[in-house]
Ligand binder design. Structure first.
Ligand code: NAP
Ligand code: F7E
Length: 328
């Protein structure tokens, strides 16, 4: 039985990746950081019905000693480094923490691996945000980077330190440059989930308006369930490498929002209010990925369209709001 160690197991991707690896017969162990709110951290794993099938061990990306201890104890075959301060907007408000976790945290994991088990395989969660102010209309593995936020700068460090450890020490370390991917398990602060949660509340009469920032921004959105498959495929290759994972379709926030409102028979213009509080100090206006390399070398392709995903998210939020007991 193969053993996988996942940092960020309590996040969106950690939950879907755990589900995938369990279905493939892996033993799954995740790192969980200490919190005073015991019992709620694993809500995504519980939502997928797999909380009792994974093992959680405490550790923190900022604490090298904890990572060394976990890697030594667990001795995984594969390490997936998904942990990060992942919300772009917060990265301007907490730039030092973002650098410590999202950038230096990657070196901590790599150092733990290099010291304890250099033959393990390593996956780094890199991001399309690294392309930022885009240098080519469709971004591939060879497109130059131009980060536009402290988050993107930190991810760029994480990406290059992964490449550097591969080239310096011969580690099987791969970097997935993933474009935006969403699901019913997406954090509520990200725009798709903010929209689908609000659409559910508006439909059920609990809310009237939805306040958004720049709805002209364009993103290449896919489903997290599809994207974790690409992570796993990267670690099954003989040679480590870097891959863009995307759908190749870019859509405005406005159109994504319209899909969500139309699904419940509402008109978005009756409810959406533009609020400059949600504008960013520097915006990434448009992203569009070119996943040709992943298709050719990994045999990977996305399975879910944006519309299918948004409908799934709205339906899940309608159920959640009903279940919350807020309705009279
Ligand atoms: P997410 O839902 O925000 O999950 C982040 C995870 O990191 C959580 O489990 C969180 O734990 C953990 N974490 C944060 N700080 C930590 C620390 N100091 N020590 C240990 N764990 C820590 O993110 P996601 O959407 O699943 O994304 C997974 C990874 O892919 C992230 O690195 C993200 O930056 C990257 N990425 C995401 C996308 C996307 O569109 N989703 C695209 C490209 C790249 P808590 O539960 O305790 O907060
Ligand atoms: O914003 C605009 C916002 O926060 C998308 C992370 O997973 O993907 C994610 O980063 C767009 C931006 O995601 C609101 O200005 C408008 O242009 O959902 P988001 P993100 O910043 O693209 C990348 C690939 C990652 O790696 C990150 O970890 O939507 N937008 N109005 C808004 N965004 C938010 N959050 N809230 C609004 O009200």
């Amino acid at each position: 039985m193969k053993r996988a160690l996942i940092t960020g197991i309590t996040g969106q991707d950690g939950a879907y990746l755990s589900q995938l690896l369990l279905s493939k017969g892996y033993e799954v162990i995740g790192i969980i950081r200490r919190s005073s709110h015991r019992g709620v951290e694993d809500h995504r794993l519980r939502w997928l019905g797999i909380a009792d099938r994974v093992t959680l061990i405490d550790g923190d990306l900022a604490d090298l000693s904890s990572l060394v201890r976990v890697v030594k104890d667990v001795r995984p075959d594969e390490i997936y480094n998904l942990a990060a301060q992942s919300f772009v907007a917060s990265s301007w408000r907490q730039p030092v923490l973002t650098g410590n976790i999202t950038a230096i945290g990657v070196t901590n994991v790599l150092e733990a691996m290099r010291a304890e088990a250099p033959n393990m395989r390593f996956y780094q969660a890199s991001s399309s945000e690294m392309f930022g102010k885009i240098q080519e209309p469709a971004q591939s593995e060879t497109t130059p980077f131009y980060p536009r936020s402290p988050y993107a700068v930190a991810k760029l460090y994480g990406h290059w330190i992964t490449v550097n450890y591969r080239e310096s020490f011969g580690l099987h370390a791969s970097s997935g440059i993933l474009f935006n991917h969403e699901s019913p398990l997406r954090g509520i602060e990200f725009v798709t989930r903010k929209v689908t949660d609000s659409v559910a509340r508006i439909k059920l009469g609990l809310q009237q308006e939805l306040r958004l920032g720049n709805i002209d921004a364009k993103r290449d959105w896919g489903h997290a369930r599809d994207y974790v498959e690409a992570m796993w495929l990267m670690l099954q290759q003989d040679q480590p490498d870097d891959y863009v994972i995307a759908t190749g379709v870019s859509t405005t926030v406005r159109d994504m929002c319209r899909i969500a409102f139309e699904h419940v028979g509402l008109e978005m213009n009756d409810h959406v209010v533009i609020d400059p509080a949600f504008y960013r100090p520097a915006e990434v206006d448009v992203l569009l990925g070119n996943p040709a390399k992943a298709r050719a070398k990994l045999g990977w392709a996305p399975k879910t369209t944006l519309k299918e995903m948004i409908v799934e998210m709205v339906e899940a939020d309608l159920k959640r709001v009903h279940a919350s007991g807020l309705l009279s």
